[in-house]
Ligand binder design. Sequence first.
Ligand code: DAH
Length: 353
Amino acid sequence: MNDDDASRLDIEGFEERSVKAIMEARTPEMLEEQRIRFLGRKGEITEVLRSIVRLSKDERPVVGGRLNELKQRLNALIEERKALLETSDGDEEPFCGDPTLPGRRGWEGGRHVLHRVLADIKEIFFGMGYSLATGPDVELDYYNFEALNFPPDHPSRDTQDTFYINRDILLRTQTSPVQVRYMERHTPPLRIIVPGRVYRNETPDPSHAAEFLQMEGLYIDTDVSLADLKNDVTFFIHSFFGSDAKVRFRPHFFPFTEPSAEVDMSCFACKGEGCSICQKTGWIEIMGSGMVHPHVFRYAGYETDRYTGFAFGMGIDRIAMLKYGIGDIRRFLANDLRFNSQFWTEIWSGVVE
Ligand code: DAH
């Protein structure tokens, strides 16, 4: 085919004009008009096909094949456009918007604030060499209480209003049962954190919920001391709340640790002066802790004269409330997007330029 023939046939021109006309058809009727105009028996394609005879014998099948392909493509395009026009809700107005505007963003979620806080806490402890352990939410009384040195019918159980499933099975009231579960399967040295959901039969109010998150820590080796506990806990508080936080250990009682202490940090709002957040004491309680009680080692099958260790446990909801100034624990599970989305800023700013 010489240039002359090519221009006479002008397949590209035909293709361009027909595709444009099909895409611009705004109604099924307009579309049908274009189909007849280009692909009908007396349409343009017939004319083009007729002009094939002017080509050499060798070229005819090549160009013919190309035209057939084009015909199929145009038919498919028409079908597609037809389906689109028929399903559109009768809105026959041509598009009048600005086609250069960026599209609207789809709805996008973000990480829950509790998840975000937990991720930050985990990161700090991973940096100190702790690894992750988990345990079941539906727990045996044995692990939740007995092996943690809560004697049967002992009043210390009353401090945790338990959801019992039957006499032996309950919803765990703390993440501490994972201590014994983990010790049963591992020999020291071990250093774990255990985040998880816990349940208590509490009447919900701004500072109590029937389910919330805790995180347990456990470190056992041959020479672990109270100084190690103070070191790790203080490092965590400084990393999470800032290095100017003061930390103090206040004697307390937990059945599974001896000695036991509650850990306070200086109030970040008033820097220890005394304000409404710290109830004018200048201190905020952050977690419970202590040296693992020998009875717990015995339940786990450890030699009590060989190992020492410390444990600590903190409420993740509480820490999130302190960090972000949230006044009501019930907000975390209320699924109110107005609340939840306040904490998505990091996600949004990561995506939107
Ligand atoms: N399990 C305790 C609670 O729920 C918190 C706790 C206190 C955990 C002291 C510990 C600990 O590991 O050593 O109140």
